[in-house]
Design a protein around this ligand. Structure first.
Ligand code: FAD
Length: 347
């Protein structure tokens, strides 16, 4: 660990007399907050006790209203839900979303603006930070104290401690695997936060909209989402073909797991790139991560080393994956996987 910016006094503008306020850029699906947004709520709770936390939800239709109700009753730390109802916000386009954040910051003068380090957050927050002329702190894994953050660098091989000394707002994306969703205290049902509609009357005049949403292409699957799965079985180049990945599919079915892949497997067209785990793929931390035919390159480890239990099967006893594995099996995966499928009980 090292300190990138040596600790210095908190700027005058953030004197102890100022109340803290946080805006969370919320994501929702099917009328519910995404788990990554709940992690952002957890992270925002570490900014201080007297922190007024607002969640911003955008989009349109009944799903948005349902998600707002969910957000309002999700945890007592949430002070307010802001609903921005506009068709242009239905899709994660960085331009209108960043303009919206700018608009809200002008009105709300938030101390912090935070989002999960998801595709949405990574797209929107830095753009909004550029408009607001502040430097964002991305991929935070620990909030040691207000304005003091820990984030991985060099593909997770070093941790960097950063003190934010810039102007407000302090803009942060958090790695959701490092902030478990808040546990809900009993007897909070009655304390739902107020829901306010954001006045967008000036928004359309200000937002230029240089990009357009065309379509979403995604794989239809009954499997758990890679980002939230409790168990992940991952295949690497050692699987050798797209056809052989079907073996992993069978194992995943038995375990109720999501399937992941290395970049080498994606580049070889064995599987689509939304399955990629790693520095340039998804960051995951399931309870069980099983890696088959994966060498354990640092860029891959960067995406899965926080998994609770790691199992590796590789025929090379010197494969680096064994250095992070809790259980390692030196074996041919084409023997090990069928044996596992045969011996595992039905779900
Ligand atoms: P290999 O390194 O080729 O390993 C295959 C392994 O399979 C070997 O260890 C071999 O012993 C084993 N094997 C072969 N046959 C069998 C068998 N029959 N039974 C058992 N074991 C077998 N990679 C990622 O995964 N995710 C990323 O996000 C990512 N981002 C990157 C970003 C950058 C900027 C760069 C430069 C690289 C990135 N990479 C990423 C690529 C990374 O460096 C590695 O090339 C990649 O992870 C290797 O994938 P692999 O382990 O499947 O393949």
């Amino acid at each position: 660990r090292f300190s990138l910016i040596s600790p210095s006094a908190i700027p005058y503008s953030r004197s102890i007399f100022k109340l803290i306020s946080t805006l969370i850029l919320g994501e929702h699906e099917g009328g519910f907050l995404k788990p990554s947004t709940l992690s952002a709520v957890s992270a925002a709770s570490s900014f201080g006790k007297d922190n007024s936390i607002s969640i911003l939800l955008g989009g349109s239709g009944s799903d948005l209203q349902k998600a707002a109700l969910h957000a309002a009753s999700t945890h007592p730390v949430i002070s307010q839900v802001l609903v921005a109802d506009a068709n242009i916000l239905m899709h994660p386009l960085a331009e209108p979303w960043a303009d919206l954040v700018h608009l809200l910051q002008k009105k709300g003068a938030y101390s912090y603006i935070i989002s999960a380090s998801s595709s949405f957050g990574k797209n929107v927050l830095p753009r909004a930070a550029a408009i607001l002329d502040v430097s964002p702190i991305t991929d935070v894994i620990e909030i040691s104290e207000p304005y003091l953050f820990v984030r991985p660098i060099y593909a997770g091989n070093a941790l960097c401690t950063v003190r934010y000394t810039g102007l407000e707002p302090c803009m942060v994306t958090i790695r959701s695997t490092s902030f478990p969703p808040p546990s809900i205290p009993t007897a909070v049902e009655s304390s739902a936060a107020p829901i306010s509609q954001v006045d967008l009357s000036t928004f359309y005049k200000e937002t230029g909209g240089k990009s357009r949403w065309l379509k979403l292409t995604s794989q239809e699957t009954d499997r758990p989402d890679l980002g939230n799965a409790r168990i992940i079985v991952t295949g690497g180049r050692g699987l050798k073909s797209a056809e052989n990945f079907k073996l992993l599919d069978k194992l995943a079915e038995k375990l109720g797991a999501a399937v992941g892949a290395t970049r080498a497997a994606v580049d070889a067209n064995f599987v689509p790139n939304d399955l990629q785990v790693g520095q340039t793929g998804k960051i995951v931390a399931p309870e069980l991560y099983m890696a088959f035919g994966v060498s354990g390159a640092i860029q891959h480890l960067a995406g899965m080393r926080d998994s609770k239990v790691i199992v590796a099967v590789n025929k090379d006893p010197d494969a680096p994956i064994f250095q992070v594995a809790d259980y390692g099996l030196v074996a041919d995966l084409f023997e090990a996987i069928p044996e596992l499928i045969e011996k595992l009980p039905e779900k």
